[in-house]
Design a protein around this ligand. Structure first.
Ligand code: ATP
Ligand code: LTN
Length: 325
């Protein structure tokens, strides 16, 4: 199983409760590979010294939330050079027309109308196909927005196997185990997202407890004053209940019966989040304080990933019939 995350923006509570927590609980069930895909972030990186720092911090977050370097393979994409090498081969197996139909490219390039649109933004799915195929991946847990990229990966793999002989395992997209869906605290009908306009509704994983409490106390609730779990009619209160439920393991419906006022619900939810994050933040601080150790954990991941990736790349090169060096 492979899942990847880009080192862009700070990790927030939605990423944690919706995705990262499942990575941690899933690491013992499957042979799990987790890539920090810095080369993908280069499609929109324009300033020096940004991506490396973001990569290191994201690495610390992944270990801090509980990925165990002895169990899961956590690696940085650019440390495993096979990604770039197979990426080029994949670019030559996908057509201009296929890439032109990718909705993520259409959306992202439209949003960057007045900015630089790199060719990498266009060929991105070829690199993603390399990420996936290098590990003989069976399952890629992704949200809806990535399904098209998994489909094109399958198409590329089928085409390659047909042209050059059986080489790649065909991956499939699987629904990630349902985590909590965390909404913006100021706009509870939109998901908490790092691309939100302002961060007053966004709780960062590494935010200090006082700031977290303040954000919860100012969370938008609903116009009447009844505490009830009803996402449609009461999005603000239901979001708080769902976050509290994700922290305590109880159901949002059961929690709702314990409150008659919004104030205590906000305070309790804020405190539950602070407590949930406290050990994660402590481990993060420790990891960031010993950069050499953190880099060595990432190197260890890259070495494990590299073994698998090198074998797959060599198989692809051999089957194409590139002249051996
Ligand atoms: P953006 O909105 O800028 O695309 P994001 O903050 O949504 O960014 P991603 O990097 O797209 O974050 O997502 C990383 C992972 O976190 C994905 O698995 C995604 O499903 C999950 N995730 C992101 N936001 C939420 C949320 N609000 N609730 C639950 N899961 C989320
Ligand atoms: N495109 C994905 C990130 C990504 C990925 C991958 C996900 C790059 N390579 C391989 C799964 C498997 C995104 O934008 N979230």
């Amino acid at each position: 199983m492979l899942s990847c995350i880009q080192p862009t923006g700070e990790v927030h509570l939605g990423n944690y409760l919706g995705a990262l927590r499942n990575w941690v609980s899933g690491q013992h069930e499957k042979d799990a590979f987790h890539g920090i895909v810095d080369l993908h972030a280069l499609t929109i990186t324009e300033a020096p010294d940004v991506v490396g720092q973001a990569t290191l911090q994201l690495g610390a977050v992944l270990f801090a939330v509980g990925l165990d370097p002895d169990v899961a393979t956590v690696f940085v994409q650019s440390h495993v050079t096979e990604h770039s090498q197979l990426g080029w081969i994949m670019e030559c197996q996908v057509s201009f027309g296929e890439l032109s139909r990718m909705t993520q490219f259409k959306d992202k390039s439209a949003k960057r109308e007045h900015d630089f649109v790199s060719a990498g933004l266009f060929t991105y799915p070829a690199l993603q196909a390399a990420d996936i195929l290098l590990y003989d991946t069976d399952e890629v847990p992704v949200g809806d927005d990535q399904r098209q990229h998994i489909e094109i990966t399958r198409d590329i793999a089928i085409r390659f196997n047909h042209r050059f002989g059986d080489t790649f395992v065909l991956p499939k997209a699987v629904m990630p185990k349902a985590g909590a869906r965390v909404m913006d605290l100021q706009d509870p009908t939109s998901k908490m997202s790092k691309s939100a306009g302002s961060d007053t509704g966004l709780v960062y994983l590494m935010e200090d407890p006082a700031a977290i409490m303040k954000k919860f106390k100012r969370a938008v609730t609903d116009s009447d004053s009844e505490v009830r779990f009803d996402r449609e009619a009461k999005p603000g209160v239901s979001n708080l209940l769902e976050i509290l439920a994700a922290c305590t393991g109880e159901s949002p419906e059961a929690l709702a019966t314990r409150y008659t006022q919004y104030g205590p619900l906000k305070t309790d939810t804020g405190e539950a989040v602070v407590e949930l994050l406290r050990p994660v933040q402590a481990r993060y601080t420790e990891l960031m304080a010993d950069r050499a150790e953190l880099q060595s954990l990432l190197r260890k991941g890259a070495a494990k990933a590299g073994e698998v990736a090198a074998a797959t790349l060599a198989r692809a090169q051999r089957n194409i019939g590139l002249l051996p060096a």
